[in-house]
Write a protein that binds this ligand. Sequence first.
Ligand code: ADP
Length: 158
Amino acid sequence: MTRRSPDIEKPTDRIAVFPGSFNPFTIGHLSIVERALPMFDRIIIAVGINTAKPVDPESLDKRLSDIRNATASLESIEVASYSGLTVDFAKEHGARFILRGVRSVADFEYERQIADVNRTIAGIETVMLFALPEYASVSSSIVRELQSYGHDVTTFLP
Ligand code: ADP
């Protein structure tokens, strides 16, 4: 959902892609988007699809609409899905930055490697924000696990 017409977009606009699985989109993800907004003219939240692990179209649509609802009050946010390399998606959308969140040392080392490769192959810089302490233990995988046992997960969702 673009809330800004592409024809008024300037080549100097600072556009960031925030890629992830967002399965589901949590309060931790939303917090990263909100805190990064002042840094960019536009943020594209991009749900990455691993072609080796096909996702059914209905669940992808639901994921996208959940993210759109969660970010409906925010300006300059777009929500999309993609497959393939994140840097290729970023370039196609005129984005010079990738946005990521870091919760732990494990996240840090993983993100550092990917950021390094993305800068080397595409000249795209990664901007990382540290998770707020209160969200540092929130993860989509834990939310999914709780859901699988029928536990209420609304505290972790926007
Ligand atoms: P991926 O499968 O690419 O790691 P995720 O949907 O799990 O996708 O996460 C997307 C991004 O959001 C990653 O940079 C991840 O570190 C970050 N992230 C996930 N949960 C949180 C959180 N609670 N606080 C801050 N950042 C987070």
